[in-house]
Design a protein around this ligand. Structure first.
Ligand code: ZN
Length: 154
């Protein structure tokens, strides 16, 4: 384990981040855009089961985790929170302005949607994702490597 804040278990860390993730997902569900037919087809190609549920929220800046403990874990894992281009929370994809024109980002984030479906939602996904961040570092865990491979479909 590279970095785990003292006195926090994985479940506690995940519990700190899930409410904000679910808030973002609700916001995208209310205000987000549905996928174009072309993106719906791409979603199916990368393994998404329910692509019609996906909503895109374009924001000036992707929000950072509010929890300082989670920010510490992400930063220690090598994830640059200041420069996040996009994040996925279950069927919500949140992208910084301009990023949605990059097809490889779509493949990557849609594959993370498929991961969320596979793990049964945000809590299931984050439980695995946070452990991978701590154990392997950002970009080196199986979920990130899998999403990176999906970029080849762009
Ligand atoms: Zn990723």
């Amino acid at each position: 384990m590279k970095y785990l804040p003292p006195f926090f278990s994985i479940d506690e860390l995940v519990g700190l981040v899930v409410p904000q993730c679910e808030e973002l997902a609700r916001c995208a569900a209310d205000q987000g855009l549905a996928l174009t037919p072309e993106l719906l087809r791409l979603a199916v190609r990368v393994g998404v089961m329910e692509p019609e549920k996906i909503r895109l929220l374009i924001v000036p800046r992707v929000p950072m985790p509010r929890s300082p403990e989670i920010r510490s874990v992400f930063t220690a894992a090598g994830l640059s929170l200041e420069h996040l281009g996009s994040i996925t929370q279950h069927h919500a994809i949140i992208m910084r302005e301009g990023q949605h024109r990059r097809s490889e980002i779509w493949c990557h984030e849609l594959r993370h949607v498929a991961h969320h479906e596979c793990f049964g939602g945000t809590r299931g996904f984050m439980t695995v994702y946070v452990q991978e961040l701590i154990h392997f570092g950002y970009g080196l865990g199986p979920l990130e490597i899998d999403a990176k491979h999906a970029e080849l479909l762009a």
